[in-house]
Design a protein around this ligand. Structure first.
Ligand code: FAD
Length: 314
């Protein structure tokens, strides 16, 4: 677990640098904010338990938090209630707005000549002498010199075609996005005891959580959305916006059993790569993943050690 943590730390830190470069120049607007991440605990037992996590993070990875007493929390973030046990604040953390990032990133790539083929299902792979020569898709055959398979939670379905084991399970999660409440948190906050998180955006506010292993079930049960709303109530003066307009969403996280992504050359197909299995951190790890893929593909020295992510570890 510690070894996996070291690989994760390397790719997280490298992604942070990439995000700063991407967003800092002002060319990619993503509502990027470096104002930390707060873990808030309701009970003293929760504080004691989290103290162990924090000590482990500090001892093994050099990542430490500032502890904040419950009574000081409303002064730290005025959206928090006054009867909470306390919090741990990781001040070097950052957040962004995923839909804004994706929209602007796609636009930028298009303007630089990248073509997107949408609503196109990959069905089979045509191979010859240990290489892929074409993809058979719902829009006909696509040829290329090299191929990157970044199929998220669906990746395991391609294992047979790619002649390798891709042990990924879909971990379903939900979110609900709405207008900012009048008393809105100033920081992204996680509430580990109720397994829910809130993220404030410039023009919005998101509650997100859950981890269900129920296959590819596309329903959004109202009880799950209610559970999200209820879970934030014990902590926030105004846990959600009262106007009733909210966007309910679900997604599948590509979960691997060792918590590490799968990035690298497909063992038996020399011109194919996998970039998948990012568990709960696909957005956080995206920029360094992209850079690593291009480096491995072009034979350039990688900016991080890729050994922990090798597809042939399974
Ligand atoms: C509730 C929730 C909260 C999250 N919070 C965070 C967070 O705080 N931080 C963070 O970093 N990440 C977060 N994530 C992101 C998540 O954890 C994943 O790691 C991330 O979405 C994985 O990205 P991906 O590009 O690998 O897969 P996806 O985004 O799922 O993309 C895979 C794509 O492949 C396509 N595809 C699959 N099979 C085929 C096929 N046969 N033919 C054609 N196309 C195919 C799919 O349609 C899909 O578009 C969250 C996710 C959820 C659900």
């Amino acid at each position: 677990m510690i070894e996996a943590g070291r690989h994760l730390k390397a790719i997280l830190e490298a992604s942070m640098i990439e995000y700063r470069e991407l967003t800092g120049s002002g060319t990619l607007e993503a509502e990027w904010q470096e104002n930390g991440l707060l873990y808030v605990l309701k009970t003293s037992a929760g504080m004691e338990s989290f103290a162990k996590t924090n000590a482990l993070l500090l001892d093994e990875f050099g990542v430490g938090a500032r502890m904040i007493e419950g009574g000081d929390l409303p002064g730290f973030d005025s959206a928090l209630k006054s009867d909470l046990a306390g919090a741990y604040f990781y001040e070097d953390d950052a957040h962004l707005r995923p839909d804004v990032l994706n929209r602007n990133w796609i636009q930028r790539l298009r303007s630089e000549g990248v073509a997107f083929i949408e609503s196109c299902e990959l069905q089979q792979v045509r191979k010859q002498s240990g290489s892929i020569v074409a993809l058979q898709t719902s829009q006909g055959e696509l040829t290329a010199d090299r191929f990157v398979f970044a199929m998220g939670a669906w990746s395991a379905q391609m294992g047979q075609e790619l002649e390798c084991s891709i042990p990924i399970e879909p971990g379903k999660g939900y979110s609900v996005t709405m207008r900012r409440p009048t008393i809105c948190p100033q920081h992204p906050i996680l509430f580990p005891e109720h397994k829910v998180g809130v993220t404030p955006f410039r023009d919005g506010y998101r509650l997100g959580s859950m981890m269900e292993f129920s296959g590819f079930d596309e329903r959004i049960p109202p009880s799950r959305i209610q559970q999200l709303r209820d879970s934030a109530e014990p902590y926030l003066l105004e846990a959600h916006c009262a106007d009733g307009n909210a966007e309910e969403w679900f997604g599948w996280r590509p979960m691997t059993w060792d918590s590490l992504p799968i990035i690298g050359v497909v063992p038996r197909l020399k011109n194919a790569m996998l970039a998948t299995g990012h568990n709960m951190l696909g957005l956080s790890l995206a920029p360094s993943t992209g850079r690593l893929v291009s480096e491995l593909m072009c034979g350039v020295d990688p900016h991080i050690d890729p050994s922990g992510f090798r597809p042939d570890r399974f």
